[in-house]
Design a protein around this ligand. Structure first.
Ligand SMILES: Cc1ncc(C[n+]2csc(CCOP(=O)(O)OP(=O)(O)O)c2C)c(N)n1
Ligand SMILES: [Mg+2]
Length: 366
């Protein structure tokens, strides 16, 4: 089992250290909100919960990275580290039964929408107790009971499904809205534009959200797409917004207002949330395309450190209380690693379960 003393701290390997003459910023962060949590209608306890959620997402992934490097599991591993304010601010702003769907950088979303650390870690390890029965892995976290419809690997492929969820909510007139998250790399996919057109035409209660984290694999946003991303909404006469995604309170404020409007007007929105990914695209990325200085510049705006300072400044809790939360999370994650290691793999028969095609299809040897 992973021991607490084995610190999970990692320096990106191969990151470009030669270009230290000037810091290239791949994404400009708008100013965060000036409002306090009280002005936004959040209690002290809710702020502490937000902090705990972000810290859990961070430590879960740092341990996952360590386990990957130890060879406990393989395949792709895309880390959300740096972007935790987006998932956390959003989930606190939405109703519990609003739908969420996202791409493959999905661990944080799963955790904040009720996948337990044990179920999450077991999924990464490919174990039967995982949130997708060990058959989805890193890119396919899901929790259907809590309206989190998962992780998808095809860039832009899940965007029409997001609109489909919104269509179902409208059809059933249930007052719920859908939120569909994707990366900046998806903004020029045809599926997005077909979906935006139909969503505006059909008045679907859906928020389409680009998590602009500065890069699509190794290509900076400003090198792969033209103009301002959020302005694409104009072509569809759709309402839009752009805001800072490194501050959970800013995400909360904006998503709360947008969700309220979408629920009332039953019209879609197109939103760009600007954030930054600290780690490589996936574990095999040597990150030659960015400088150490650029990374450090964004780390100065770290969402978790920011929330910690806010809690102390506003005297919501003391340093010792924060440490207590951190220790609790750390234990929870270590227990999850131990559980994932020991719990069994799925039975071979599980290969044939949860498939659209029935069993005879697989055994029908002509
Ligand atoms: C249709 C399609 N084309 C190419 C790929 C390969 N691919 C995987 S991730 C990725 C980059 C996507 O970047 P972005 O949307 O910005 O998401 P991020 O990784 O930054 O979260 C690409 C091109 C894919 N999965 N699907
Ligand atoms: Mg990106």
């Amino acid at each position: 089992m992973a021991k607490k003393e084995q610190e999970a701290v990692f320096t990106p390997v191969g990151i470009n250290t030669s270009n230290n003459s000037k810091v290239e910023k791949s994404v400009d962060l708008p100013e965060p909100t000036k409002k306090t949590h009280k002005q936004l209608g959040l209690s002290d306890d809710e702020v502490l919960e937000m902090f705990e959620q972000m810290y859990l997402q961070r430590r879960f992934e740092e341990r996952a990275m360590q386990m990957y490097q130890k060879g406990k599991f393989g395949g792709f591993l895309h880390l959300y580290i740096g972007q935790e304010a987006v998932s956390t601010g959003t989930v606190f702003a939405l109703n519990d039964d609003d739908d969420i769907i996202t791409a493959y950088r999905d661990h944080g979303w799963g955790l904040v929408r009720g996948v337990t650390p044990k179920e999450g870690m077991a999924e990464l390890f490919g174990k039967a107790a995982g949130c997708s029965k060990g058959k989805g892995g890193s890119m396919h976290f899901a929790n259907v009971e809590q309206h989190f419809w998962g992780g998808y690997g095809i860039v832009g492929g899940h965007i029409p499904i997001g609109a489909g969820l919104a269509f179902a909510n409208k059809y059933q007139d249930n007052g719920r809205i859908s939120t569909c998250f994707f990366g900046d790399g998806a903004v020029d996919q045809g599926a997005l534009h077909e979906t935006l057109n139909m969503s505006q035409l059909w008045k679907l209660p859906c928020v389409f959200i680009v998590e602009n984290n500065g890069y699509s694999m190794g290509t900076a946003t400003r090198r792969h797409t033209v103009g301002e991303i959020h302005e694409r909404a104009k072509g569809y006469g759709m309402k839009s917004a752009v805001f800072n995604g490194m501050d959970a309170l800013t995400v909360y404020e904006n998503m709360k207002n947008i969700a309220k409007e979408v629920r009332e007007d039953k019209m879609p929105w197109f939103v760009e949330i600007r954030t930054y990914r600290y780690r490589g695209h996936s574990m095999s990325d040597p990150q030659k395309y960015r400088s150490k200085e650029e990374l450090e510049e964004y780390q100065k705006t770290d969402p978790i450190e920011r929330m910690k300072s806010y809690i102390l400044d506003k005297k919501i809790a003391k340093k010792a209380d924060i440490e207590e939360i951190e220790n609790k999370v750390e234990d929870e994650v270590l227990e999850a690693v131990e559980f994932a290691d020991e719990t069994p793999f799925p039975e071979p028969e599980a290969l044939y379960e949860d498939m659209f095609a029935g069993e005879p299809h697989f055994h029908d040897k002509k």
